[in-house]
Structures are given as C-alpha cells and as structure tokens.
Design a protein around this ligand. Structure first.
Ligand SMILES: Nc1ncnc2c1ncn2[C@@H]1O[C@H](COP(=O)(O)OP(=O)(O)OP(=O)(O)O)[C@@H](O)[C@H]1O
Ligand SMILES: [Mg+2]
Length: 289
C-alpha cells in the first residue's frame, strides 16, 4: 500500500471541547493492554502549600495488545503524569484504569517503562544496567546475563556489553535504556520521549532503530513524544492531548503496514498532510492558553 493512496486516516472528528473517546480495535479475547475510562487526577498540595492542581480530566482511551499508540500534547499538559499513572507510580486517580487486565501497580515484569532520561548507573556496565530489573526479580545470574545480551543485541549494542556509561555516546545510552525496557519481553512498553536528549541526526538514526525493533516486538507500546514525525512513523494511532487538565482532544489513525521506511514515509504527501493536521490540532490547544 502506498502513502499516496489515502492510507493515512484521521480519527473521528468531535466538536471542539468534547473529549474524544479513543478505543483500540477489538482484541482477540484478551483484555486490552491499557483501558482508561474517565480517568481524572488532581495533585494535592506539596510541601510548599501549593493549591491542588487538576492534571488529568476524563481521559478515556485504550491501547490494544500489539498496538503502538503515541501521545502528543503541549508541554506540562500531563503526558508523563498519565504514563506514571499507567505504570502504577501515581495513585489517587479517579475513574477506571486497567493495565493488562489489572489495576496498575509498580514493578510489574510485564510492563517496561523507559523514563525520559537515560538514567544509567555509571558504575555498572551496559549489561549490568540492563540486568537491574531482573536482579530485583531475583532471576539467576546466568539467565540474567543471557537476557541482557539478547536485549542489547536487539538494539545493536551486542559488542558493548561491558562498556560503562562514560564510554557510550548519548545515542548508545538511550539504546541501553531501551534494552533495559525490552529485556524479559514485557507485554507493554511505556516510552517517555526516549530520544528527546539527542541531536537531530542521532535522533533520526534512533527512530529508524526503534521502528525496526517495533516491527518484531509483539507487545503494546504507549509512546510519549513531542516529535510529530516520530509519532506518525512509529504508531498505529496518534492521540493528541489537550492542554492541562489533559484529555484526548483528537485521534489520528496511521494505517501503513510494517516494516515501515521512515525515509519513504516522510517524503510522502499523505505524511505531510497528516503532520499538518496534527500540528494544527496542537496549535489550537495552545491558543486556548
Ligand atoms: N508531583 C507533582 N506535584 C504537583 N504537580 C506536579 C507533580 N508532577 C507534575 N506536576 C505538574 O503536573 C503537570 C503535568 O506534568 P507532566 O510532567 O505530566 O507534563 P508533560 O505533559 O509530561 O510535560 P512535558 O511535555 O514538558 O514533559 C505540570 O503542570 C506539572 O507542574
Ligand atoms: Mg513529560
């Protein structure tokens, strides 16, 4: 299928101001990877005595098994907070939230979470950084080593198992962080701006890399990014969050078979048109500030 033949589809239009309910296609008998139903979150005052802050309002969305969904939205609107809530790190939300069929809880082996900074421990080798979560699960050393090697090979770092953080470029560090998230084959990946800290050239290389990794990965992905092309290339659907308090303001479907070529996709007119539509949706949200 070519990008020119109208395979990029925009999600259902909803009147301005009305939250969009974004639902994954029905999954085969299994619970969705993420099912959020009218999820709202108010942060209560911190030590400084700040007034309560409404961060999420009435978020209804779902991510199917094996589906890649991107979240894009203005800075400070609540994207990371939503990922944290899905990862079980943020309690006190209202509404219903199911992650792989259960209430969210931290430290689940089936959920891999890559936070926006690479956060590698400098005194551990790449392999030992990837093993961290497996150690916490009390996995035997030999098995851990093998899984870490496999994960690092998947991100093209098979020959850097014993390198320390200081010996790795920023792009390599991000790949180690990605390997740490992929290790043990979680059923759900949560990725928060995985390439934000990279220069433009390395970012494109990393995006190519992730697109390839995702071609083989069978689980679900929720990817937060500010990079519209990245969102389009990686995803089956792109959800736009409104300004805070965040809700889903619009959904776009990217109906292009994998493996995808970033170069081919980015040069197509359908891609440019979708990029424009997402951009105007974001700009509209910003105008309301
Ligand atoms: N622990 C906290 N206590 C109070 N407010 C918080 C806390 N964590 C985040 N916030 C506020 O929640 C809002 C949403 O933050 P969040 O980090 O989720 O935004 P974001 O969409 O990820 O932004 P960015 O794109 O800049 O990463 C912000 O206004 C932030 O100040
Ligand atoms: Mg964030």
């Amino acid at each position: 299928m070519s990008m020119q033949s109208g395979v990029l589809r925009q999600g259902p239009e909803k009147p301005a101001g009305q939250p969009v309910s974004s639902q994954a296609p029905p999954s085969r008998g299994q619970p969705a990877a993420i099912r959020a139903d009218h999820v709202s979150l108010v942060m209560t005052a911190g030590a400084g005595g700040d007034p309560p802050k409404e961060i999420l309002r009435d978020i209804t969305l779902s991510v199917g098994r094996g589906e890649v969904v991107s979240l894009i939205g203005p800075s400070g609107c609540g994207k990371t907070t939503f990922l944290n809530t899905v990862a079980g790190l943020e309690e006190g939300y209202e509404g219903s939230l199911e992650v792989l069929g259960d209430r969210p809880s931290a430290g689940r082996a089936e959920v891999g979470y890559a936070m926006s900074r690479d956060a590698l421990l400098p005194w551990r080798t790449a392999s030992r950084n990837v093993e961290l979560g497996l150690e916490a699960r009390k996995m035997a050393k030999k098995e851990r080593r093998e899984l870490a090697r496999d994960a690092l090979e998947r991100v093209g770092l098979g020959d850097h198992l014993d390198s320390y953080r200081a010996q790795l470029s920023q792009g390599m560090r991000q790949r180690v962080a990605l390997a740490r998230t992929l290790v043990g084959n979680p059923s759900l990946l949560l990725l928060d701006e995985p390439f934000a800290a990279l220069d433009a050239q390395t970012r494109v290389l990393m995006q190519e890399h992730l697109a390839r990794v995702l071609t083989e990965y069978r689980g679900a992905v929720l990817l937060v990014t500010h990079d519209i092309p990245e969102a389009i290339v990686m995803s089956d659907r792109v959800l736009v969050f409104s300004q805070r308090p965040a809700h889903v303001s619009k959904e776009f479907t990217v109906d292009v078979p994998r493996p995808r070529s970033i170069v081919k996709m980015r040069s197509s007119s359908a891609f440019a048109s979708l990029q424009d539509r997402i951009w105007s949706e974001l700009a509209q949200g910003e105008e309301g500030r």
